[in-house]
Design a protein around this ligand. Structure first.
Ligand SMILES: Cc1ncc(COP(=O)(O)O)c(C=O)c1O
Length: 397
């Protein structure tokens, strides 16, 4: 049926050309379909969405309620409240033993805004950013939004799915302005060795580029605590978020530690593009660093580890190949070539016919993407066990 206000000219209306450079988030099709099936009464084990299954810790919620009662929510300084920036600075002292001035910290609407504004500060049209393939899907689209180009560098188990200094050196061109890495990584959960990070930083520095390090899964690691890039460099953009370790995805709050020389540029973009991050979330997030909250987040981390151990062993038994144990984040990136050569088709089939939702490799790049899928495992063990039972039945294992 024709929309009552349709004019018939919709297909001729001019759109920005950059839209053709931005790819859809394929897993959203799976998630939307999973929701439709759920609404129709079908039980779905949803391992597609990349977020914690736990409630936001209570002290954060209580702080939000107090803030809502105490003040009308207003615009704030674009880089965030002084109180929260100071609390983040104190967190670096407490967690990493680092002295990071609060003046270098910008609070943003999720780390997504931090990543987008970072690209806004660094990328001119036609400039290149190097990143591993597979990588977090939105990264290449943040670059495209600024009319830059992403150079996707295929990585595999031999380098723990991470870039190396040699790969960065080999792919650097005169248009390259920076390198983006994430440790722990989404989708592989792999970590970058501190020495490799340092070597990459040296290559980037020698070429007058900028290193961007996404540390949003810090705190969700299953071994020793990993080091921050800030331990050896103050000219890197270090991205972080309240979304994952603090279980606050829907509060839309993140931060970035900026090189001193970029603080004013970043502030100017933030002022213009979204004025400030939400006040209620900022007032609440101060309680994220309370010892009681940290204790709760560390208990969650222990559960993630149990969930990872369970699902990792089961997926390997079924026949998925997972050559590197994921040592952080909340994902298992699995080679599904035993079952399919088209992972998107495979994901659709699993959803429709087995009631299990997972993400296709296609979202994360082009490197053997059709032979990989991502499982997001923050779910209670009985839910994971039911997912495994359905996979086994459907795949005949
Ligand atoms: C590696 C990585 N970076 C950034 C983000 C964006 O998260 P947010 O905007 O919620 O902080 C995500 C979300 O899944 C992610 O996996």
């Amino acid at each position: 049926m024709k929309h009552p206000h349709a004019t018939g000219n919709e297909s001729k209306v001019k759109k920005a050309s950059r839209l053709s450079q931005i790819e859809p988030f394929h897993v959203m099709r799976i998630i939307t379909r999973a929701m439709e099936l759920q609404a129709a009464g079908v039980d779905i084990v949803n391992l597609a969405i990349g977020e914690p299954d736990f409630e936001t810790p209570p002290l954060i919620v209580e702080a939000a309620v107090r803030a809502l009662k105490a003040s009308s929510m207003r615009y704030l300084p674009s880089l965030g409240t002084d109180e929260l920036r100071a609390a983040i600075s104190q967190w670096y002292r407490h967690r990493y033993g680092l002295d990071i001035s609060k003046n270098r910290i910008a609070v943003t609407s999720g780390s997504s805004a931090a990543l987008l504004l970072t690209m806004g500060v660094l990328v001119s049209p036609g400039d290149e950013i190097l990143m591993p393939d597979p990588t977090y899907p939105c990264n290449r689209n943040f670059v495209s939004a600024m009319e830059g180009r992403s150079t996707l560098i295929p990585v595999g188990p031999d380098t723990d799915y991470q870039l190396t200094a040699e790969l960065v050196e080999r792919h650097w061109t005169e248009r390259t302005v920076g390198v983006m890495i994430a440790s722990p990584s989404n989708p592989t959960g792999s970590l970058m060795d501190a020495d490799v990070l340092r070597e990459i930083h040296q290559v980037v520095q020698a070429n007058y580029g900028t290193l961007i390090v996404d540390e949003i899964y810090h705190g969700v690691t299953y071994g020793e605590q990993i080091s921050s890039a800030l331990e050896f460099a103050d000219d890197v953009f270090v991205i972080n978020s309240f979304s994952k370790y603090f279980a606050m995805t829907g509060w839309r709050l993140g931060w970035v530690v900026l090189p001193e020389a970029h603080v004013d540029d970043f502030e100017m973009l933030a002022q213009n593009l979204y004025i400030s991050s939400p006040e209620v979330a900022q007032r609440a997030a101060v309680a994220a660093f309370h010892p009681e909250t940290i204790k709760a987040c560390d208990v969650n981390r222990m559960h993630y580890q149990e969930q990872r151990d369970f699902l990792l062993a089961e997926l390997r038994t079924i026949g998925f190949k997972i050559p590197v144990d994921p040592m952080g984040a909340i994902y298992i990136y699995a080679d599904c070539s035993k079952f399919t050569k088209d992972s998107f088709d495979f994901c659709q089939d699993l959803l429709e016919n087995a009631g299990v939702a997972i993400a296709p490799g296609l979202d994360f790049g082009a490197n053997r993407a059709s032979e990989h899928v991502r499982f997001s495992y923050p779910k209670a063990i009985p839910v994971l066990a039911e997912g495994v039972r359905r996979l086994k039945e459907h795949l005949g294992c």
